[in-house]
Design a protein around this ligand. Structure first.
Ligand SMILES: C[S@@+](CC[C@H](N)C(=O)[O-])C[C@H]1O[C@@H](n2cnc3c(N)ncnc32)[C@H](O)[C@@H]1O
Length: 277
């Protein structure tokens, strides 16, 4: 198809109207807690337009109907994939990891096994940072991580655990040689080593739904996700603390916010708050 024909097809989709924006906004809020503020019309339009075209549809209205009528949930899942923001990096916000390193070498040093939940793991950089840290501080195979996110697309990338060399620039050289395998010479990408990969389980979890996880997690990383939720979700019941010797009042989670997602059957011992709630 010529460039002109492509442009014509693009133009054939009518611009997102205010009413359509409000419909998507309300759907995103109901289904995954995203609080799309007014003024985000252009962003929503640009991200959804590709899906409208990809489905062979002519309007946002038709696409909206397809999303709400698809009982498999697949169309909704791809809409969520398109609207979520997945920015992340290795050792992002390093003070959270410094804090954890300190705890791993003190109160968790003698734990036989430590489980961490990375509750909005995006493409996995946070997960593998945690995995390297666990192996560094506790030794091989004493840590386990549950890595969850709402987006299937990012979960797939995270579980592949392979990143272009540019994205690995911030990883310490010792970690790269111990926990990753270089691909290409010079390295074009780095893949997480199988022994580290085996310590992580991936699962799709929507944090605004009721969550029931079989295990308890002494440490939860829930960073840079609550900021997208409005008060209806963030103001609900906090994750129940199981107490224990190191329990602190007003504890919190790496990420600057107490975890208040509403799932009252998830148990966590809250350790630390790194910023204002
Ligand atoms: C900005 S990334 C944060 C990644 C990582 N925690 C970090 O701080 O680098 C936010 C992640 O939250 C996920 N997310 C958004 N809404 C969610 C929800 N309702 N339940 C679970 N994950 C959600 C997105 O898919 C995205 O991957």
């Amino acid at each position: 198809m010529t460039q002109n024909a492509n442009l014509q097809e693009w133009d054939a989709i009518r611009p997102l109207s205010h009413r359509e924006f409000e419909e998507f906004r309300s759907l995103a809020h109901r289904t995954f807690g995203l609080d799309l503020k007014a003024g985000k019309e252009e962003l929503v339009s640009a991200r959804l337009r590709k899906l409208v075209r990809g489905s062979g549809l002519r309007s946002f209205q038709e696409y909206y109907r397809q999303v709400v009528e698809d009982s498999t949930g697949r169309t909704l899942a791809s809409m969520i994939d398109a609207l979520t923001t997945n920015h992340t990096s290795f050792l992002r916000e390093p003070d959270h990891f410094d804090f954890l390193r300190q705890r791993l070498s003190s109160e968790f040093a003698n734990s036989e096994r430590l489980e961490i939940w990375s509750a909005a793991c995006s493409t996995g950089e946070e997960v593998w940072t945690l995995a390297c840290l666990l192996n560094d501080c506790l030794g091989p195979n004493r840590g386990r991580i549950l890595a969850t996110d709402i987006s299937n697309r990012v979960l797939k990338a995270a579980s592949e655990g392979c990143y272009g060399a540019d994205r690995c620039a911030g990883i310490p050289a010792a970690w790269l040689s111990r926990y990753f395998m270089a691909e290409g010479r010079p390295a074009r990408s780095y893949r997480i080593a199988p022994a580290i990969r085996a310590q992580v389980q991936f699962q799709r979890v929507n944090l605004v739904e009721r969550i029931s996880l079989a295990r308890q997690f002494p440490v939860i990383f829930c960073r840079n996700v609550m900021i997208y939720f409005d008060r209806r979700f963030t103001g609900s019941r906090p994750v129940r603390s199981t107490g224990g010797p190191n329990r602190r009042r007003n504890g919190g989670l790496p990420g600057g916010r107490r975890l208040r997602t509403g799932p009252d059957d998830v148990r966590a011992r809250l350790l630390h708050r790194t910023g204002p709630v």
